[in-house]
Design a protein. Structure first.
Length: 400
């Protein structure tokens, strides 16, 4: 059994090129994608179930527990800030050679674009051709209506151009914000030219300042402005992590603080006020810091099944919404109870294994190979060899 788990772990483990593998980061990714998937299944079940529940879903604690809105995505933003800042901070600390911006941007392109393009094109075809794909109305399901949405999504401008309409893959809104962050990372990391006290003060002030600013000034579309504090929180965590800042606390106190942080992160409604969101940011910081530096929480977030699933989070994120719609619109008519908790559990047991299975196949075939920074060169070499094998050798005529 141990050998089998080791084998699965080796096949699924995320490949890294510029930074050392930090397993608990994938454990935190598991937490984020877990919140996102459960939330979207909850939306689907409560909106698509073909009967009225025996008691309103909103009366159950389970509904409020699952109604996490976009908080799973916010956790992803923190991780992105952390991971992308690491090589730049190591450069500023003199631990690694300077980051070449050309390679940095090319790596973002080759790592993320192939899975994204494939899924967006598949989403376009699925919505256009499959009648069971139910989150876009029948009247809107035409090439003329859908192709502009696809084109805007492929250049990461759907939030700006079609701010009032769903994307062909509704979760893609956050990926557009991630791309905006990728573009300005080389500017943001200039803060690490300052002394530790100055840069941490700048980052902390900016994080809190943007929280209050966003609750006052709300543009009509989503952009990096709406969420930049979470990326900056990732930069702050990366700074502390690489600076070897550690806080020694009692084991049981660490467990208590982590559980309190998890509870607040899961249950808080960050939309209510800037003060609640500031507390949310503080508890996210505490949980992530514990996961990165506290032995007990490192072990929790390094549990291999969590690391495996968390490592596939990009694929799961890209696929899960359309899979819920595609499969769920067929299975939603098979029910065992009019009770909301029973109905939610039943459809989760149907949908989650399918999401994991399809995602695992896509991850192994598409996403994980793209984690190799040299995959374009290797692919081109393979294509050339294939062509050369199929090309017959030239005919040489013997001369008398």
């Amino acid at each position: 059994m141990k050998f089998m788990w080791n084998n699965i772990y080796d096949h699924f483990r995320r490949k890294t090129n510029t930074t050392a593998f930090i397993p608990q980061i994938d454990g935190l990714r598991f937490l984020a994608i877990f919140m996102v998937v459960l939330f979207h299944i909850n939306i689907f079940v409560t909106n698509k179930i073909p009967f009225t529940f025996s008691q309103s879903a909103k009366d159950y604690w389970l509904y409020n527990f699952l109604n996490t809105d976009r908080k799973g995505v916010l956790l992803f933003f923190v991780i992105s800030g952390f991971i992308l800042a690491l090589p730049f901070i190591k450069e500023s600390f003199g631990q690694e050679k300077p980051v070449e911006l050309k390679k940095y941007y090319l790596r973002r392109l080759t790592r993320l674009e192939p899975p994204y393009f494939l899924v967006m094109i598949a989403s376009f075809l699925g919505v256009l051709l499959l009648p069971s794909h139910g989150f876009i109305s029948e009247s809107s399901r035409t090439f003329a209506n859908l192709f502009p949405s696809l084109a805007a999504s492929l250049v990461y401008l759907h939030n700006l151009i079609f701010s009032q309409n769903l994307s062909l893959n509704p979760v893609a809104w956050s990926l557009e914000i991630e791309v905006q962050f990728y573009l300005i990372v080389p500017l943001l990391v200039r803060v690490f030219k300052f002394s530790p006290v100055v840069r941490r003060t700048i980052l902390s002030t900016a994080i809190l300042g943007f929280v209050f600013l966003q609750h006052q000034i709300k543009p009509g579309f989503y952009s990096l402005y709406n969420y930049i504090q979470y990326f900056l929180l990732g930069l702050l965590l990366a700074d502390l992590y690489l600076s070897q800042i550690r806080v020694k606390i009692n084991f049981w106190l660490a467990i208590f603080l982590g559980l309190i942080s998890l509870g607040f992160i899961w249950l808080a409604d960050v939309r209510t006020s800037p003060y609640v969101e500031c507390l949310f940011v503080a508890f996210v910081f505490m949980l992530y810091f514990l996961a990165l530096t506290c032995e007990a929480w490192i072990k929790v977030f390094s549990i291999r099944p969590l690391v495996i699933i968390g490592g596939m989070c990009y694929t799961i994120y890209l696929l899960h919404y359309n899979l819920i719609s595609l499969v769920g619109n067929k299975t939603i008519f098979f029910n065992v109870s009019r009770s909301y908790p029973a109905a939610y559990l039943w459809h989760s047991l149907i949908l989650i294994p399918i999401i994991l299975l399809v995602s695992a196949v896509f991850y192994l075939l598409i996403e994980r190979p793209c984690m190799d920074k040299d995959w374009p060169v290797k692919l081109w070499r393979w294509v050339k060899n294939l062509i050369n094998k199929k090309t017959p050798p030239p005919v040489v005529f013997m001369q008398n």
